[in-house]
Every structure is written in structure tokens, then in C-alpha cells.
Design a protein around this ligand. Structure first.
Ligand SMILES: [Zn+2]
Length: 178
């Protein structure tokens, strides 16, 4: 997917975008060289260091972008994202807030049971995740907005809620049930 440098978010998964933003804030990237619109970075991951190579055309299009990390879940990886933020920052045109609710690469397989862009460590985190504790941190209004947002991404959740509604409606029709 051809995208302009400031719009790299269009080819980045949401989770990856925010991880790259954190990497940028933590200054994990180091610019090794910058010649003829070709940037080479070394980015410190959780364990290893990776090399990012980016080439940007005169018109801002990302011509070439690669990273030596093993990420392959679609779109750019967090190391490339950290480097993009650094280039934009160096050019004095980085507005982090623009990326807060920006358009990101959508799930290619909505029927997959989990969203994409997860690392092995994320699956380990999942086992410690307490749904009820987390849900209790939202107001009812916020929870409703969240539900609606995810229903738009995955019809299954909507279908189950609709099914629940129909079951309840049927129950209400039965006089002998309270
Ligand atoms: Zn990478």
C-alpha cells in the first residue's frame, strides 16, 4: 500500500501505531544515516535491536520501508512507526494528537477470533486480564460507545445482542414467566 509519510497510519494496525508512538516517546530509535531521502535507523525492541530502512520520495510517498524484526501481521511494524515519527519530528511537522483517533489498517479477517497485531507476550497478558475489573473502570455511556464501536467492526457481537433481545422478547410474551 502506497502512503505518504505523514499518513503512514493508513497502513498500520491500531495497536502497532500506539506501540510505535510509545517507542518514539521512549526514544528507542537512533538515526544511523540520512542520505538522499533514505533513512537508516536502529530501533531498540523489548529484547533485540532492529534495523529500519526507509526511502521517501520528493512528494512524501513512502517508496520503500523495511525492518529486520519478525513482525508479519500486516502493515508497518512499531519500529518503522517510531522511525516515521522521528523523521516527521526532525522536519518540524509532527503533531502526535493527529494520530490519536486516526484511520488505521483494518482487520483483513473479521471472522478471526482475535484482532491482529498481537505479539506472543500479548497472549500471555490475556491470561491475567480481568474483564469485570476492566469494565468497571468505564461509565455506562462509555461502555455503550465501546460496544457499538466493536459491533461495527464485528457483526457477530451485534448478532448475539440481537439474539439476546429476541429471546427476551419471546420470554416477555409468555404470561407464565416472571
Ligand atoms: Zn520492526
Amino acid at each position: 500500500m502506497k502512503v505518504k509519510l505523514p499518513r503512514f497510519n493508513k497502513n498500520t494496525r491500531q495497536l502497532v501505531l500506539f506501540r510505535g508512538m510509545r517507542y518514539f516517546e521512549e526514544q528507542r530509535m537512533k538515526q544511523i544515516s540520512n542520505h538522499d531521502h533514505t533513512y537508516v535507523y536502529e530501533v531498540k525492541g523489548e529484547v533485540n535491536k532492529y534495523e529500519v530502512v526507509i526511502n521517501v520520495a520528493q512528494d512524501d510517498t513512502i517508496v520503500f520501508s523495511s525492518c529486520t524484526c519478525p513482525y508479519e501481521d500486516g502493515g508497518f511494524c512499531k519500529h518503522q512507526v517510531a522511525a516515521y515519527f522521528d523523521i516527521l519530528n526532525e522536519q518540524g511537522r509532527l503533531h502526535l494528537d493527529d494520530y490519536k483517533n486516526s484511520l488505521t489498517l483494518k482487520e483483513k479477517h473479521p471472522s478471526k477470533p482475535v484482532p491482529e497485531g498481537w505479539s506472543k507476550e500479548d497472549y500471555l497478558e490475556l491470561q491475567k486480564f480481568n474483564v469485570k475489573n476492566y469494565m468497571s473502570t468505564f461509565t455506562k455511556e462509555e461502555l455503550m460507545d465501546l460496544m457499538v464501536m466493536y459491533m461495527k467492526q464485528d457483526m457477530k457481537l451485534f448478532m448475539y445482542l440481537f439474539h439476546h433481545y429476541m429471546v427476551e422478547e419471546e420470554k416477555n410474551k409468555i404470561k407464565g414467566l416472571n
